[in-house]
Design a protein around this ligand. Structure first.
Ligand code: NG6
Ligand code: CA
Length: 504
């Protein structure tokens, strides 16, 4: 009798390996899109792009409508996600060149370290863009560190910066993949090096033209002009059409290898950032140009992750979080038909602004959390920020955040898991440089800022205005009606609050 009982138990464990994992130690996968807008997914309102996998993820989980990145660009939003600190508290957290040194302190708590300290296996597969090594001048032909492995990831498979910046190579645990000692890599962001053709000198070699006035005309890799110059490493240079599938293979491998122990996988994808050059199977599929096709590829990739979890028997006890690092942009440097084929699709949904902007379109992003075992489907209006994941997972995993560290990260585990309908009271945001905006309850204030009201090259409203701006986001999510003139007390209150947070 006893024997058969144990036989049954071991049979069940073998048949359902995921069940062996404890419910309070779920796997966590954070999928981070690059420049995906609040209105780019079916579940966030578009009927012009089919995103069935993300729609399914949202339908089975919590779809947040008031979730934010800290910033309107990539590097600072990712800095906040990793460190639990507002990026503007540290110098040099703006968009980094491809040769930048690491900007995440290695001696402080980080999001992956929270998981690592709790006994999880941790990995990053995807776009890094937080710098590598201790210096700008570095040897790409040897292991480059510190990098993601020193920030808390046991395993890293990354590209260093953005898809439009050199070096256009994959790196595994600090080593460039397919490195070749006979063809050493050098990178420069101040002047041309070597004899590789550039977009400026050899436009006839381009398969996708750079937009005028944007740059993107330095070294040509795979028929696409990049930002920055590189020589050597010809064997190591990626083919853009293969980037997404390569990341997916590495992510799938990591999940498979760790199916029987809790893992944290940070999976920052490149879609739909420029240059948009999706795999052949997606080219032309959306009818909206390569930007739309890249979003279809993104959705498909998420579907493949979900399938892998099912196949491994760990779907029920895996939390998938999906979000974007900043809002949408159409022309970000290449003539890829994102503008001309947009039609009626609205990447911003109801919002104003876009990438780089202090308006909501810069930082309010899709955010979905799915955990079949524990979280009931819902739509949440709680104010949450990606920066809060550090403190929230620390609380969920009984980890202490060291005193004086990650001080801007707030524990909103209850909001993230749908047990509370409210989250933060206040959030400070930035378009590009300074923290200029603050949300407090239903209200949003943008302090007066110099600079153009529209960024001409990308065609996006920046949020800059010589006058203070005050919006009631509950009635006016599109920030059309500036109430600053009629509510001077509220302007003062929010402006004082913004000053006190940024001064502390
Ligand atoms: C900008 C680039 C843009 C994009 C962005 C970074 C120009 C004119 N524009 O400087 O193409 O690369 O940086 O995007 O060079 S992010 O999503 O990684 O922040
Ligand atoms: Ca981005």
């Amino acid at each position: 009798m006893r024997t058969s009982f144990f036989f049954l138990l071991s049979f069940l464990a073998a048949a359902f390996p995921g069940r062996a994992q404890q419910n309070d130690r779920p796997n966590v996968i954070y999928i981070y899109a690059d420049d995906l807008g609040f209105g780019d997914l079916g579940c966030y309102g578009t009927s012009k792009l089919a995103t069935p996998n993300l729609d399914k993820l949202a339908a089975g989980g919590i779809r947040f409508t008031n979730a934010h990145a800290t910033s309107g660009t990539c590097t600072p939003s990712r800095f906040a996600l990793m460190t639990g600190q507002y990026p503007w508290r540290q110098q040099g957290t703006g968009i980094l060149p491809g040769d930048a040194s690491l900007i995440i302190p290695t001696d402080r708590i980080s999001l992956p370290k929270v998981f690592k300290n709790a006994g999880y296996a941790t990995a990053i597969v995807g776009k890094w863009h937080l710098g590598l090594g201790n210096n700008v001048d570095k040897n790409w032909n040897a292991t480059v560190k510190p990098g993601p492995n020193e920030v808390g990831f046991d395993y890293s498979f990354i590209f260093p910066a953005t898809a439009d910046r050199v070096p256009t190579v994959f790196m595994e645990n600090g080593d460039v993949l397919a490195r070749d000692a006979a063809d050493p890599i050098a990178v420069n962001y101040t002047e041309k090096i070597g004899n590789d053709p550039t977009g400026l000198e050899n436009p006839e070699l381009l398969k996708m033209k750079a937009s005028p006035n944007h740059g993107h005309n330095n070294t040509i890799v795979n028929g696409i002009g990049r930002i920055g110059w590189m020589t050597g490493g010809h064997r190591a240079r990626w083919v853009d059409e293969e980037v997404s599938a390569t990341f997916l293979v590495k992510a799938n491998e990591f999940m498979e290898q760790h199916a029987n122990k809790p893992f944290f996988l940070y999976f920052p994808l490149t879609e739909p950032h420029v240059p948009r050059m999706p795999a052949t199977q997606f080219k032309g599929k959306s009818g909206l140009g390569y930007r739309g096709d890249a979003i279809l590829q993104l959705d498909w990739t998420v579907g493949q992750v979900m399938k892998q979890l099912e196949a491994l028997g760990i779907a029920r006890n895996t939390i998938i979080i999906f979000s974007s690092d900043n809002g949408p942009v159409l022309d970000d440097g290449y003539e890829d038909e994102a503008v001309t084929k947009l039609g009626d699709h609205k990447p911003l949904g109801p919002l104003r602004g876009g990438k780089y902007s202090a308006l909501e379109g810069g930082t309010r992003v899709p955010f979905i959390l799915n955990w079949p075992a524990r979280v009931k489907p819902a739509v949440s209006e709680a104010l949450v920020c990606q920066m809060d994941l550090l403190a929230s997972f620390s609380a969920l995993l009984n980890q202490k955040v060291p005193a004086g560290q990650a001080t801007d990260s707030e524990n909103h585990a209850d909001a993230f898991l749908g047990k509370a309908t409210t989250g933060r009271k206040v959030l400070v945001k930035q378009g590009t440089k300074q923290p200029t905006a603050i949300i407090a309850g239903d209200w949003k204030y943008i302090r007066p800022a110099e600079g153009p009201t529209v960024s001409k090259s990308v065609g996006i409203e920046t949020g800059n205005s010589a006058r203070p701006q005050l919006y009631n986001l509950k009635n006016d999510l599109g920030e059309k009606n500036n109430l600053a003139g009629s509510s001077p007390e509220r302007v003062k209150e929010l402006s004082d609050l913004l000053e006190s947070i940024t001064a502390s």
